[in-house]
Design a protein around this ligand. Sequence first.
Ligand code: NCD
Ligand code: ZN
Length: 345
Amino acid sequence: MTDTLTIRRPDDWHLHFRDGDIMRGVVPYTARQFGRAIVMPNLTPPVTTSALAAAYRERILAAVPEGVSFTPLMTCYLTDTTDADDLVRGAATGVFTAAKLYPANATTNSAAGVSDVERIYPVLARMEAEGIVLCVHGEVTDHDIDVFDREAEFIERHLRAIVNAFPALKVVFEHITTADAVAFVESASENVAATITPQHLHINRNAMLVGGIQPHNYCLPVAKRETHRLALRNAATSGSAKFFLGTDSAPHLRSAKENACGCAGIFNAPFALESYLTVFDQEEALDAFEGFASIHGPAFYGLPVNEDAITLERGSVIVPESLELVGEEIVPFHAGQTLGWRMAG
Ligand code: NCD
Ligand code: ZN
């Protein structure tokens, strides 16, 4: 039995840091494990320009603990009125690594998102020409579509059309939750990839809805039925370069989660690698972990892999019931559970 695993340092290709004191509180959890992270732009107000992104990047860097090397990779929040020239300039000067498509009102802080995907086709054409990666929150928002069907419907209504109209555009279908999304990504060109979160590998919708409502297992896209979870586990551990790590760690304080209108988002940053590795171990796929965590993401983005390495070892980690953040409580993913792997050293 393998008891230690040494791999190139991983990156997180989808993450929410927020801003201000919360950001300063959560950055160290990510910087402990990852070399880089794609930082989501859904602040209030959203990060819609290269100037806002450059300033946000500085605030994040100031929160990285002394002696730790961590690089935030910034994204541009696309709106109906995105300035394509600013986006292209921001990418050329290294401020932007990608741009993010939120369908308006699909999720937390997405009200300023795109009202009709076709409205941003001119921006997507520029991105295709310039080689700027598009990150997609792939859910329709139509009220007549059941929340459990919104991802599959997005593929049929929008994603196929985007990929056909812009075949050279690099598209990351983010935090996929369905067998439909796995099949779409597998059948698409090499310019289409997907990130998978730890929660969608661990839980199905029962974890949210059985035994009383479980707000800490609620995120968007919502966890689906078991067949979908199994398809995601197969994809993540398959060795396919189209699938890579993106935690979608989305901190909300306990008071905002345990609420009559609880926020969507799971805070998984504190034990993200331990969580993923537990899945790869259960699937007897430890050999595939380095590709998923450290190699496929940089390859897709055209970036070098990290130079340094980390070691994980078999051993118990007890995840606390709650953590302190800005003088309040936040409940991490796996609260109260014991995971079977930990970071060494
Ligand atoms: C995210 C958040 O809280 O910002 N929430 C979530 O449930 N994943 C937004 C998102 O990525 O959808
Ligand atoms: Zn997210």
